[in-house]
Structures are given as C-alpha cells and as structure tokens.
Design a protein around this ligand. Structure first.
Ligand code: ADP
Ligand code: ADP
Length: 221
C-alpha cells in the first residue's frame, strides 16, 4: 500500500524560484527510497512538502489509508542543543509533546540503544564525534516511533568511514523496523547501497527523470 502520494505538485518560492514542477511521486509503505540529484534540483523541497513545512503552490499530498502520518525529519546538521545531555536531546520531542521525564525514559533508552550510544546518555554534544552527534540526531527522530522517516543528506557532512558505518547501521535498523524511508542524497553509491528504489531528479524545473528499482545489489546483513 501507498504511504503517501504527491500528485502534480509544483512549488514556487516567494522569490520566484520554481523548485518543483508537476511532480508525481508515490512512496509505498516499507520502501527505502533515495532521492538523488544535483544540488538545487528540489530534493529538500520534496521532503518539506511531505512534512508540511511550507505550502505547495499547486497539487496535492495524499496519505495511505493505514499510515498514521507519523513523520520524523533528520537534517544534515545534527542540530543538537549544546547545553543538554544526549538523553535530554533525545527526549526533546517527547517533552514538547508533554511527556514527563520519567514517562519518556523508556522510549529514550530504546532510541539510544537503536543507535548504539548506550553509555553516552550523560555526555554533552561537544564531547562526541560528528558521527556520534548524527546518531543522537537520529535517535531524537526515532524516539517518537515514526512510521515515515525523512532524511535530508543526514551523513553529508561526515567523513567516508563514519558515513559508511552509519549507512550499514541504518540499513540494519531499517531491516528490523520496516519504516518507510525517504533519503535525500547526491551520492549515487550511497543511494544504490541503501535503497530499494532510487528516484532521480533534475533541476530547472524540479522534476523526476528516472525511477529505478534496486534489486538488493549488496548483501544485506
Ligand atoms: P516560502 O516561499 O515557502 O514562504 P520563503 O521564501 O519565505 O519561503 O523562505 C523560507 C526560508 O528559506 C527563509 O528563512 C529563507 O531565508 C530561506 N531561503 C531563502 N532562499 C533560500 C534558498 N535559495 N535555499 C534555501 N533556503 C532559502
Ligand atoms: P536540493 O535539496 O535538491 O538541493 P532544494 O529543494 O533545496 O534543492 O531547492 C530547490 C530550488 O529551490 C533551488 O534553486 C533552491 O535555491 C531554491 N530554494 C530552496 N528553498 C528556497 C526558499 N526558501 N526560497 C527561495 N528559493 C529556495
């Protein structure tokens, strides 16, 4: 079943930039879709439209029937609160939702375990490497138990080794959880390695130019 469909979506920003032009995209439940394309082709705008961050200029977004629209968004920058510990950073979405610290504790522990940061609960962001900070950011997204994970070049700022480690950990997690993932990247190797579907976009105006199924090209553990 479909997780969501963008139907005939255009987005023109207030300065006149046409970021998306008549874009159609259906993402199915449990798919791991990479959105691939050069800088400026509208990848982030697609995620923003799905997340409801800014209005479409025209077109529609439809949700699949069983989807509860539980979204989480992971940005390129970990964007952690520097004055808060790892566990307080991860707990933030639950606190904003009104949960007490004790009510949030179990979910926070689980999210921290998912990204293999046990033992670092009381650490501060400045004490962590870039890859660990990105893990915290992912844990903060997972703590709400989302069904759809929107990731905007989450590993783009990391070195190759850290990136490849996080890639394989993300694949393992996805194998267990079967989220729907939309992963923005301009790295074709990353796209092919991670996803079972690669949607290629081109700029001027932003549109889909290829949509390719990937038949598990790499052994997945
Ligand atoms: P909208 O047309 O959706 O209302 P705005 O033009 O008001 O969007 O911009 C929203 C935000 O994006 C602003 O904070 C703006 O600084 C930022 N922004 C503006 N231009 C760009 C750009 N080329 N790329 C990324 N962000 C931009
Ligand atoms: P990508 O994620 O593929 O790099 P974006 O979706 O960020 O592409 O941007 C698509 C186009 O829209 C680019 O030309 C970008 O400069 C422009 N753009 C993005 N956000 C804004 C904004 N808030 N205001 C004006 N232009 C924007």
């Amino acid at each position: 079943p479909a997780a969501f469909t963008l139907s005939d979506v255009s987005k023109v920003y207030s300065n006149g930039t046409v970021a998306l032009h008549n874009l159609d995209l259906t993402v199915h439940e449990g798919q791991f879709v990479s959105l691939l394309g050069p800088s400026g082709c509208g990848k982030s705008t697609v995620l923003r439209m799905v997340a409801g961050l800014g209005k479409m200029s025209s077109g529609n977004l439809y949700w699949g029937s069983s989807s509860q629209r539980k979204l989480a968004y992971v940005f390129q920058e970990a964007a952690l609160m520097p004055w808060a510990t790892v566990e307080d950073n991860v707990a933030l979405p639950l606190k904003l939702a009104g949960l007490s610290k004790s009510a949030a504790r179990e979910a926070v522990q689980e999210a921290i375990a998912l990204v293999a940061l046990q033992g670092f609960e009381k650490a501060y962001p400045r004490e962590l490497s870039g890859g660990m900070r990105m893990r915290v950011s992912i844990a903060r997204a997972l703590v709400t138990k989302p069904e759809i994970l929107l990731m905007d070049e989450p590993f783009g700022a990391l070195d190759e080794m850290t990136r490849s480690k996080l890639n394989s950990d993300l694949l393992n997690l996805w194998g267990q959880k079967q989220w729907t993932v939309v992963f923005v990247t301009h790295n074709i190797y990353e796209a092919v390695y991670l996803s079972n579907r690669v949607v290629v976009m081109a700029a001027r105006p932003g549109r889909v130019v290829a949509d390719v199924a990937i038949a598990a090209p790499y052994p997945r553990t």
